[in-house]
Design a protein around this ligand. Structure first.
Ligand code: G3I
Length: 408
């Protein structure tokens, strides 16, 4: 294990964002029955062995899996919503498939800072702090698809070291400006979050944004706390946020602003990868507890970019249990599992879904990072449930074979 972690850190320091061993290679048809709110998802009695949830009308429902359906969202309909990330181009051919299987969508890249921040408009606004945002046609395509089909959306993301332009942190929103002060950046951050939620509400009034990754990938992998200061665009893995701020106030402020401007039923998450590495689990846990004490956070997102060789299910379970112990909601936000052997991958997918279903009272949403292998960001190692043309892989069959006896 120690040797594996060392090689993982070496790979990460070379490439910035990397997963360990990257080379190893009819409940409701539209909306989840269970509320996606951690507040509404509680034990039905003081006896926590009671494996049940409350549904919208406060009727207790037993957590179970359906054994008579071929669709993921129906299979796990009483456990959690089942989501996928979506890129707009997939909607041309894959919309029926997506509607059949999923009742949550995360835009894969379309709500990231580099897509929605508007440099020219921010500079032209002229007061150095009113960050302007816009949605291009691609962004609108995904948002409209969710709105038209009543699919609740996971927003992703505001504060991130990656896919964020350097001009956002510089005077007059210009690449040639000096770095701004934390006081200026606070105002920019507030306006970024405010203007994004306002644009969502104005242009997509019927879209339900039920969760948002307020902060993404804040931490080093080895328990070293926040990312090192710098520009990720110049030196991969560094963070401009920690270059501007010398403490955690940007995280606390981001959640404060998100709480202020997000729809009231939109839950707020801290989201990270390699979250199962124990030292990193601790950093995420500590930040989440601080935010919880301030009443600013609803949950923790486990990205869950896994490989069949690491981590093992027990290591993953330990992290899940630690996050559950915060009392916050947990969401699995970006699951994929790279592999060299489809049978081994199938077993691992089954183990993860089974573990999540067993803990469904603490997990409101379970998202796969894509529908099929050919369009995955890790397409070189076939990390998803479906293959080309949405063909059913062993992994899909294994997941659909989960029985109620398995999740007891
Ligand atoms: O849109 C441009 C296109 O104009 C250009 O021609 C092309 C050339 O490379 O690039 C296109 O942008 C790519 C973008 O995806 C849209 O397809 C970027 O190069 C590519 O780097 C980007 O990758 C995304 C990656 O985040 C970037 O960090 C992946 O699609 C996306 O799946 C991935 O998602 C992240 C989560 O947000 C956070 N957790 C990790 C996860 C995987 O890296």
């Amino acid at each position: 294990m120690k040797q594996k972690l060392v090689s993982c850190f070496v790979a990460m320091s070379m490439c910035g964002f990397l997963i360990p061993f990257p080379s190893a290679d009819n409940m409701s048809m539209s909306n989840p029955v269970i509320k996606n709110n951690s507040d509404n998802k509680t034990h039905t009695s003081d006896n926590s062995t009671d494996n049940s949830l409350l549904i919208d009308n406060n009727t207790p429902v037993q957590i179970s899996v359906r054994e008579d359906t071929k669709f993921l969202k129906e299979k796990f309909g009483s456990c959690f919503s089942v989501g996928t990330c979506v890129s707009p181009h997939e909607l041309d051919t894959g919309s029926e498939f997506i509607l059949n299987h999923f009742n949550s969508i995360t835009p894969e890249n379309e709500l990231k800072p580099d897509t929605i921040l508007n440099q020219q408009a921010s500079e032209l606004y002229g007061n150095n702090v009113n960050t302007q945002v816009f949605f291009n046609d691609n962004v609108r395509k995904t948002l409209k698809f969710c709105e038209d089909n009543n699919i609740p959306l996971r927003g992703h993301t505001f504060v991130w070291h990656s896919q964020t332009p350097d001009w956002f942190f510089k005077e007059n929103f210009r690449y040639d400006g000096a770095d701004v002060t934390p006081e200026i950046m606070n105002q920019r951050l507030e306006n970024f979050i405010k203007n994004t939620f306002e644009l969502l509400a104005t242009d997509f009034p019927n879209l339900k944004v039920y969760a948002y990754d307020v902060c993404n990938e804040l931490f080093e992998n080895n328990g070293g706390g926040f990312r090192k200061p710098g520009s990720n665009n110049l030196s991969m893995g560094k963070s401009y946020w920690t270059k501007i701020y010398s403490d955690d106030s940007f995280v606390i402020n981001a959640f404060t602003y998100a709480r202020k401007y997000a729809p009231k039923d939109c839950k707020l998450y801290i989201n990270d990868f390699n979250e199962y590495i124990p030292a990193k689990t601790n950093d995420i846990y500590n930040m989440a507890m601080k935010l919880k004490d301030l009443g600013l956070i609803d949950g923790i997102g486990m990205q869950s970019h896994l490989d069949t060789s690491y981590p093992d299910i027990k290591t993953y379970e330990n992290a899940l249990n630690k996050f559950i112990s915060t009392g916050l909601d947990v969401q699995i936000t970006e699951l994929d599992i790279t592999c060299t052997d489809f049978a081994v991958q199938g077993k691992y997918f089954k183990d993860i879904f089974t573990l999540a279903a067993k803990n469904a009272e603490h997990i409101s949403s379970f998202t796969l990072w894509g529908t099929h292998d050919s369009i995955s960001w890790r397409n070189y190692s076939n990390p998803l449930l479906f293959g080309a043309n949405y063909s059913e892989k062993e992994a899909y069959k294994q997941v659909m074979s989960i029985t109620n006896a398995d999740i007891k």
